[in-house]
Unconditional design. Structure first.
Length: 346
Protein backbone atom coordinates (compact mmCIF):
# COMPACT_ATOMS: atom_id res chain seq x y z
CA UNK A 1 0.00 0.00 0.00
CA UNK A 2 1.28 3.49 -0.74
CA UNK A 3 1.19 6.18 1.92
CA UNK A 4 -2.15 7.60 0.73
CA UNK A 5 -3.88 4.20 0.69
CA UNK A 6 -2.54 3.31 4.12
CA UNK A 7 -3.57 6.66 5.58
CA UNK A 8 -7.14 6.20 4.30
CA UNK A 9 -7.32 2.63 5.57
CA UNK A 10 -6.24 3.72 9.05
CA UNK A 11 -8.55 6.75 9.16
CA UNK A 12 -11.50 4.52 8.28
CA UNK A 13 -10.96 2.47 11.47
CA UNK A 14 -12.52 4.30 14.42
CA UNK A 15 -10.03 4.48 17.30
CA UNK A 16 -11.21 7.12 19.75
CA UNK A 17 -9.20 7.01 22.98
CA UNK A 18 -9.91 3.85 25.03
CA UNK A 19 -11.15 2.07 21.89
CA UNK A 20 -7.92 1.62 19.95
CA UNK A 21 -8.05 -2.20 19.67
CA UNK A 22 -9.45 -2.41 16.09
CA UNK A 23 -6.75 -0.17 14.61
CA UNK A 24 -4.18 -1.95 16.76
CA UNK A 25 -5.21 -5.32 15.32
CA UNK A 26 -5.01 -3.90 11.80
CA UNK A 27 -1.49 -2.57 12.40
CA UNK A 28 -0.42 -5.78 14.10
CA UNK A 29 -1.45 -7.79 11.03
CA UNK A 30 0.11 -5.30 8.59
CA UNK A 31 3.44 -5.14 10.44
CA UNK A 32 3.54 -8.89 11.07
CA UNK A 33 3.33 -9.46 7.32
CA UNK A 34 6.12 -6.95 6.74
CA UNK A 35 8.26 -8.48 9.49
CA UNK A 36 7.80 -11.99 8.10
CA UNK A 37 9.14 -10.83 4.74
CA UNK A 38 12.06 -8.81 6.12
CA UNK A 39 13.33 -10.65 9.18
CA UNK A 40 11.73 -8.40 11.77
CA UNK A 41 9.81 -9.01 14.96
CA UNK A 42 6.46 -7.55 16.07
CA UNK A 43 5.00 -7.50 19.58
CA UNK A 44 1.64 -6.74 21.12
CA UNK A 45 2.56 -4.87 24.33
CA UNK A 46 -0.28 -4.92 26.90
CA UNK A 47 -1.32 -1.64 28.51
CA UNK A 48 -4.64 -2.32 30.24
CA UNK A 49 -7.47 -4.77 29.57
CA UNK A 50 -7.90 -4.89 25.76
CA UNK A 51 -5.62 -1.91 25.13
CA UNK A 52 -2.12 -2.51 23.79
CA UNK A 53 0.86 -0.82 22.14
CA UNK A 54 2.61 -2.27 19.10
CA UNK A 55 6.37 -2.50 18.75
CA UNK A 56 8.15 -3.74 15.62
CA UNK A 57 11.94 -3.99 15.30
CA UNK A 58 14.55 -4.94 12.78
CA UNK A 59 17.87 -5.72 14.42
CA UNK A 60 18.91 -3.67 17.45
CA UNK A 61 16.43 -0.75 17.72
CA UNK A 62 18.87 2.16 17.97
CA UNK A 63 16.28 4.57 16.49
CA UNK A 64 12.53 4.30 17.09
CA UNK A 65 9.83 6.00 15.06
CA UNK A 66 6.77 6.49 17.27
CA UNK A 67 3.33 8.06 17.37
CA UNK A 68 -0.15 7.31 18.73
CA UNK A 69 -3.07 5.24 17.44
CA UNK A 70 -5.91 7.00 19.27
CA UNK A 71 -7.93 9.99 18.11
CA UNK A 72 -10.27 12.53 19.67
CA UNK A 73 -14.02 12.26 19.02
CA UNK A 74 -16.11 12.40 16.95
CA UNK A 75 -15.16 9.86 14.33
CA UNK A 76 -15.68 10.63 10.65
CA UNK A 77 -14.32 8.52 7.77
CA UNK A 78 -11.74 9.32 5.14
CA UNK A 79 -12.22 11.11 1.86
CA UNK A 80 -9.64 12.25 -0.64
CA UNK A 81 -9.26 15.11 -3.10
CA UNK A 82 -6.41 16.19 -5.31
CA UNK A 83 -4.44 17.78 -2.49
CA UNK A 84 -5.46 16.23 0.83
CA UNK A 85 -6.72 13.22 2.72
CA UNK A 86 -9.51 14.16 5.12
CA UNK A 87 -10.98 12.41 8.15
CA UNK A 88 -10.53 11.99 11.87
CA UNK A 89 -6.91 11.23 12.61
CA UNK A 90 -5.67 12.07 9.12
CA UNK A 91 -3.32 14.67 10.60
CA UNK A 92 -3.27 13.48 14.22
CA UNK A 93 -1.81 10.94 13.79
CA UNK A 94 -2.77 8.24 11.28
CA UNK A 95 -1.13 9.94 8.33
CA UNK A 96 2.00 9.98 10.48
CA UNK A 97 1.68 6.23 11.20
CA UNK A 98 1.37 5.59 7.46
CA UNK A 99 4.40 7.76 6.64
CA UNK A 100 6.48 5.97 9.29
CA UNK A 101 5.50 2.51 8.03
CA UNK A 102 6.21 3.37 4.38
CA UNK A 103 9.53 4.93 5.44
CA UNK A 104 10.35 1.69 7.27
CA UNK A 105 9.49 -0.36 4.17
CA UNK A 106 11.80 1.75 2.01
CA UNK A 107 14.61 1.62 4.56
CA UNK A 108 14.33 -2.17 4.72
CA UNK A 109 14.33 -2.43 0.92
CA UNK A 110 17.60 -0.46 0.97
CA UNK A 111 19.13 -2.85 3.52
CA UNK A 112 18.90 -0.52 6.54
CA UNK A 113 18.34 -2.21 9.93
CA UNK A 114 18.61 -1.38 13.63
CA UNK A 115 15.43 0.67 13.95
CA UNK A 116 11.93 0.15 15.32
CA UNK A 117 8.33 1.34 15.11
CA UNK A 118 6.35 2.01 18.30
CA UNK A 119 2.64 2.87 18.13
CA UNK A 120 0.94 3.65 21.43
CA UNK A 121 -2.54 4.17 22.86
CA UNK A 122 -3.97 6.98 24.93
CA UNK A 123 -1.97 10.03 23.88
CA UNK A 124 -5.06 12.19 23.49
CA UNK A 125 -6.12 11.69 27.11
CA UNK A 126 -3.42 10.63 29.57
CA UNK A 127 -0.51 9.05 27.64
CA UNK A 128 -1.30 5.62 29.10
CA UNK A 129 0.54 3.86 26.29
CA UNK A 130 3.67 5.98 26.59
CA UNK A 131 3.79 5.47 30.36
CA UNK A 132 3.52 1.70 29.82
CA UNK A 133 6.25 1.79 27.17
CA UNK A 134 8.53 3.74 29.52
CA UNK A 135 8.41 0.79 31.92
CA UNK A 136 9.41 -1.62 29.13
CA UNK A 137 12.20 0.00 27.07
CA UNK A 138 14.03 -1.89 24.33
CA UNK A 139 17.39 -0.13 24.23
CA UNK A 140 16.53 2.60 21.73
CA UNK A 141 18.93 5.56 21.88
CA UNK A 142 16.75 7.96 19.88
CA UNK A 143 12.99 8.36 19.49
CA UNK A 144 11.41 10.33 16.66
CA UNK A 145 7.93 11.21 17.86
CA UNK A 146 5.34 12.09 15.24
CA UNK A 147 2.86 14.93 15.72
CA UNK A 148 1.60 17.50 13.19
CA UNK A 149 4.43 20.04 12.77
CA UNK A 150 4.14 20.56 8.97
CA UNK A 151 7.35 18.51 8.66
CA UNK A 152 9.31 21.07 10.65
CA UNK A 153 11.55 19.95 13.51
CA UNK A 154 10.13 21.18 16.80
CA UNK A 155 12.61 23.06 18.97
CA UNK A 156 10.26 23.35 21.97
CA UNK A 157 6.78 22.37 23.19
CA UNK A 158 4.58 23.78 25.91
CA UNK A 159 3.61 21.59 28.84
CA UNK A 160 0.21 21.12 30.43
CA UNK A 161 -1.44 21.12 33.83
CA UNK A 162 -4.94 19.63 33.86
CA UNK A 163 -7.33 20.14 36.77
CA UNK A 164 -10.77 19.13 37.91
CA UNK A 165 -12.54 21.81 39.95
CA UNK A 166 -15.42 20.37 41.96
CA UNK A 167 -18.09 22.28 43.87
CA UNK A 168 -20.60 20.88 46.36
CA UNK A 169 -23.88 22.55 47.35
CA UNK A 170 -27.25 21.85 48.93
CA UNK A 171 -30.44 20.89 47.08
CA UNK A 172 -33.48 23.13 47.39
CA UNK A 173 -36.51 24.28 45.43
CA UNK A 174 -35.42 27.14 43.17
CA UNK A 175 -38.35 29.25 44.41
CA UNK A 176 -36.64 29.29 47.82
CA UNK A 177 -32.92 29.72 47.05
CA UNK A 178 -32.21 30.76 50.64
CA UNK A 179 -32.85 27.14 51.68
CA UNK A 180 -30.15 25.76 49.37
CA UNK A 181 -26.58 26.36 48.35
CA UNK A 182 -25.72 26.53 44.64
CA UNK A 183 -22.74 24.42 43.59
CA UNK A 184 -22.87 25.99 40.14
CA UNK A 185 -22.53 29.52 41.51
CA UNK A 186 -19.51 28.43 43.58
CA UNK A 187 -17.97 26.87 40.49
CA UNK A 188 -18.63 29.91 38.30
CA UNK A 189 -17.03 32.21 40.88
CA UNK A 190 -13.95 29.98 41.01
CA UNK A 191 -13.67 29.78 37.22
CA UNK A 192 -13.94 33.55 36.85
CA UNK A 193 -10.99 33.96 39.20
CA UNK A 194 -9.05 31.27 37.30
CA UNK A 195 -9.67 33.12 34.03
CA UNK A 196 -8.17 36.30 35.52
CA UNK A 197 -4.95 34.69 36.82
CA UNK A 198 -1.67 36.49 36.17
CA UNK A 199 0.40 33.79 34.47
CA UNK A 200 4.01 33.65 33.21
CA UNK A 201 5.35 33.98 29.67
CA UNK A 202 8.48 32.62 28.04
CA UNK A 203 10.62 34.26 25.36
CA UNK A 204 10.49 31.12 23.19
CA UNK A 205 7.16 29.45 24.04
CA UNK A 206 5.11 32.58 24.64
CA UNK A 207 2.22 32.95 27.08
CA UNK A 208 0.73 30.46 29.50
CA UNK A 209 -2.91 29.91 28.46
CA UNK A 210 -6.00 28.52 30.20
CA UNK A 211 -8.88 26.59 28.63
CA UNK A 212 -12.07 25.69 30.49
CA UNK A 213 -12.88 22.62 28.45
CA UNK A 214 -15.75 20.89 30.27
CA UNK A 215 -18.47 22.07 32.66
CA UNK A 216 -21.12 19.76 34.14
CA UNK A 217 -23.57 19.84 37.03
CA UNK A 218 -27.04 20.54 38.27
CA UNK A 219 -30.28 18.56 38.33
CA UNK A 220 -33.00 20.66 36.72
CA UNK A 221 -33.78 24.34 36.03
CA UNK A 222 -36.04 24.51 39.09
CA UNK A 223 -33.60 22.87 41.52
CA UNK A 224 -30.74 24.56 43.38
CA UNK A 225 -27.76 22.44 42.26
CA UNK A 226 -25.88 20.35 44.79
CA UNK A 227 -22.91 19.49 42.55
CA UNK A 228 -20.92 20.93 39.65
CA UNK A 229 -17.55 20.22 38.05
CA UNK A 230 -15.23 21.78 35.51
CA UNK A 231 -12.17 20.40 33.73
CA UNK A 232 -9.50 22.90 32.79
CA UNK A 233 -6.24 22.68 30.85
CA UNK A 234 -3.37 25.11 31.40
CA UNK A 235 -0.60 25.22 28.77
CA UNK A 236 2.57 25.96 30.72
CA UNK A 237 5.85 27.38 29.44
CA UNK A 238 8.27 26.69 32.30
CA UNK A 239 8.33 25.98 36.04
CA UNK A 240 4.91 24.56 36.98
CA UNK A 241 5.06 25.54 40.66
CA UNK A 242 4.00 29.21 40.29
CA UNK A 243 1.11 28.09 38.07
CA UNK A 244 0.04 25.43 40.56
CA UNK A 245 0.08 27.97 43.38
CA UNK A 246 -1.82 30.57 41.33
CA UNK A 247 -4.49 28.04 40.34
CA UNK A 248 -5.13 26.87 43.91
CA UNK A 249 -5.20 30.45 45.13
CA UNK A 250 -7.62 31.54 42.40
CA UNK A 251 -9.98 28.58 42.77
CA UNK A 252 -10.26 29.24 46.50
CA UNK A 253 -11.43 27.12 49.39
CA UNK A 254 -15.13 26.87 48.46
CA UNK A 255 -14.28 24.27 45.79
CA UNK A 256 -12.02 21.22 45.58
CA UNK A 257 -9.19 21.49 43.05
CA UNK A 258 -7.63 18.23 41.86
CA UNK A 259 -4.57 18.04 39.62
CA UNK A 260 -5.10 15.14 37.22
CA UNK A 261 -2.25 15.54 34.72
CA UNK A 262 1.11 17.26 34.47
CA UNK A 263 3.35 17.30 31.42
CA UNK A 264 6.40 19.58 31.47
CA UNK A 265 7.43 22.04 28.78
CA UNK A 266 10.38 20.73 26.74
CA UNK A 267 13.22 22.23 24.72
CA UNK A 268 14.70 19.82 22.17
CA UNK A 269 18.20 19.40 20.86
CA UNK A 270 18.99 20.42 17.26
CA UNK A 271 19.45 18.38 14.09
CA UNK A 272 21.18 20.16 11.23
CA UNK A 273 19.39 20.73 7.95
CA UNK A 274 15.80 21.12 9.18
CA UNK A 275 13.49 24.08 9.38
CA UNK A 276 12.36 24.44 12.99
CA UNK A 277 9.18 25.46 14.77
CA UNK A 278 7.83 25.94 18.29
CA UNK A 279 4.54 24.22 19.17
CA UNK A 280 2.01 24.91 21.92
CA UNK A 281 0.63 21.38 22.17
CA UNK A 282 1.99 18.59 24.37
CA UNK A 283 3.09 15.11 23.31
CA UNK A 284 3.92 11.66 24.65
CA UNK A 285 7.61 12.56 24.84
CA UNK A 286 7.70 13.53 28.56
CA UNK A 287 5.80 10.35 29.44
CA UNK A 288 8.53 8.22 27.84
CA UNK A 289 10.81 9.82 30.47
CA UNK A 290 13.95 9.24 28.40
CA UNK A 291 13.47 5.46 28.41
CA UNK A 292 13.38 5.30 24.60
CA UNK A 293 16.25 7.67 24.02
CA UNK A 294 16.88 11.26 23.02
CA UNK A 295 13.67 12.71 21.56
CA UNK A 296 12.92 14.55 18.34
CA UNK A 297 9.48 15.79 17.25
CA UNK A 298 8.33 16.05 13.63
CA UNK A 299 5.40 15.05 11.47
CA UNK A 300 3.22 15.94 8.49
CA UNK A 301 -0.01 17.86 9.06
CA UNK A 302 -1.15 21.15 10.56
CA UNK A 303 -2.18 21.15 14.22
CA UNK A 304 -4.66 23.95 13.51
CA UNK A 305 -7.01 21.52 11.73
CA UNK A 306 -6.39 18.55 14.05
CA UNK A 307 -9.31 17.91 16.45
CA UNK A 308 -11.66 19.82 14.12
CA UNK A 309 -14.33 18.91 11.57
CA UNK A 310 -11.87 20.10 8.89
CA UNK A 311 -9.09 17.68 9.82
CA UNK A 312 -6.94 16.79 6.84
CA UNK A 313 -3.33 16.21 5.83
CA UNK A 314 -1.69 17.41 2.63
CA UNK A 315 -0.58 14.62 0.33
CA UNK A 316 2.57 16.57 -0.43
CA UNK A 317 3.49 16.53 3.27
CA UNK A 318 2.84 12.80 3.56
CA UNK A 319 5.22 11.99 0.71
CA UNK A 320 7.78 14.43 2.12
CA UNK A 321 7.50 12.82 5.55
CA UNK A 322 8.32 9.38 4.14
CA UNK A 323 11.63 10.76 2.90
CA UNK A 324 12.28 12.89 5.99
CA UNK A 325 11.82 9.97 8.39
CA UNK A 326 14.26 7.90 6.34
CA UNK A 327 16.76 10.75 6.39
CA UNK A 328 16.44 11.14 10.16
CA UNK A 329 16.85 7.41 10.82
CA UNK A 330 19.92 7.18 8.57
CA UNK A 331 21.45 10.27 10.18
CA UNK A 332 20.95 9.03 13.74
CA UNK A 333 22.25 5.56 12.89
CA UNK A 334 25.33 7.19 11.40
CA UNK A 335 25.80 9.37 14.49
CA UNK A 336 25.53 6.32 16.74
CA UNK A 337 27.93 4.40 14.52
CA UNK A 338 30.47 7.23 14.63
CA UNK A 339 30.14 7.42 18.42
CA UNK A 340 30.72 3.66 18.74
CA UNK A 341 33.85 3.85 16.55
CA UNK A 342 35.20 6.69 18.69
CA UNK A 343 34.72 4.64 21.86
CA UNK A 344 36.49 1.64 20.30
CA UNK A 345 39.43 3.77 19.15
CA UNK A 346 39.88 5.20 22.64
Amino acid sequence: MNVFELTRALVDIESITNHEAPVGEYLLAHLSSLAAQTGGRVERCPVKRDRFNIFAQWGEPIVTLSTHMDTVPPFFPAREDADCIWGRGSADAKGIIAAMIVAAEELLAAGVRNFGLLFVVGEERNSAGAYAAAKDPRGSRYIINGEPTENKLASATKGVLRYEIIAQGKLAHSAYPELGESAIEKLLDALERVRRMDLPSDSVLGATTVNIGVISGGRAPNVIPDEAKAEISIRIVGDPEPVRAATLRAAGDRVETREVLFTPAIHFGPMDGFETTVVAFTTDIPSFDGAWGKPFLLGPGNIHVAHTSEERVAKRELTEAVQIYQRMVRHLLAVEGASAKTVVQR
